[in-house]
Write a protein that binds this ligand. Structure first.
Ligand SMILES: CC(C)(COP(=O)(O)OP(=O)(O)OC[C@H]1O[C@@H](n2cnc3c(N)ncnc32)[C@H](O)[C@@H]1OP(=O)(O)O)[C@@H](O)C(=O)NCCC(=O)NCCS
Length: 143
């Protein structure tokens, strides 16, 4: 079930961040997002266990997907796609017209997901990522 992120999800999200990313968000910065009126975070949970999450920040009429991750044990079950579609719907209802995101060129799984859901590459940020250093592809979708 996909629900808005709440305080009790933060620890599990921070734990998934460390499992899924080499430069994870800290618990404190995730908690900060709950207080940021420009941020929208959604969580997929089953019986109280967080299986995935997605976060975006809006500067209407544009928004940026900050992160998307699914627990390694729960991948290829459609959770990532559902989180992305739900976020797109929520932002569209809030008046967002254009959605951006950054992704590592080596992240074949995420790129496949985003392209399947209508994102197109519109640019590249040199050396955007650290640990390891890598460019970012900038993808965009018109909602
Ligand atoms: C990217 C990620 C969120 C995808 O989540 P997921 O729940 O496994 O994705 P879904 O099951 O919804 O997959 C939807 C589609 O994406 C594509 N896809 C997902 N994983 C893929 C993989 N490993 N290889 C190729 N295509 C893949 C497929 O087109 C898939 O559809 P299909 O299963 O019908 O073929 C997940 O792999 C993840 O958490 N990765 C680590 C964190 C990360 O890199 N996040 C993105 C940062 S930009």
């Amino acid at each position: 079930m996909i629900v808005p992120m709440r305080e009790h999800h933060i620890k599990q999200i921070a734990s998934l961040e460390t499992q899924c990313f080499s430069d994870p968000w800290s618990e404190a910065s995730i908690a900060e997002e709950l207080r940021n009126p420009l941020s929208t975070w959604l969580v997929d949970e089953t019986d109280g266990v967080v299986t995935g999450y997605i976060g975006a920040q809006s500067v209407p009429p544009e928004a940026d997907v900050m992160n998307l991750a699914v627990s390694p044990a729960c991948r290829r079950q459609g959770i990532g796609a559902r989180l992305l579609c739900t976020m797109t719907d929520v932002l569209h209802r809030e008046g967002i017209e254009t959605l951006f995101l950054e992704v590592r060129p080596s992240n074949v799984a995420a790129i496949a997901l985003y392209k399947r859901h209508g994102f197109v590459q519109v640019g590249r940020r040199p050396k955007y990522y650290v640990n390891p250093t890598e460019d970012a592809l900038i993808l965009r979708k018109e909602l």
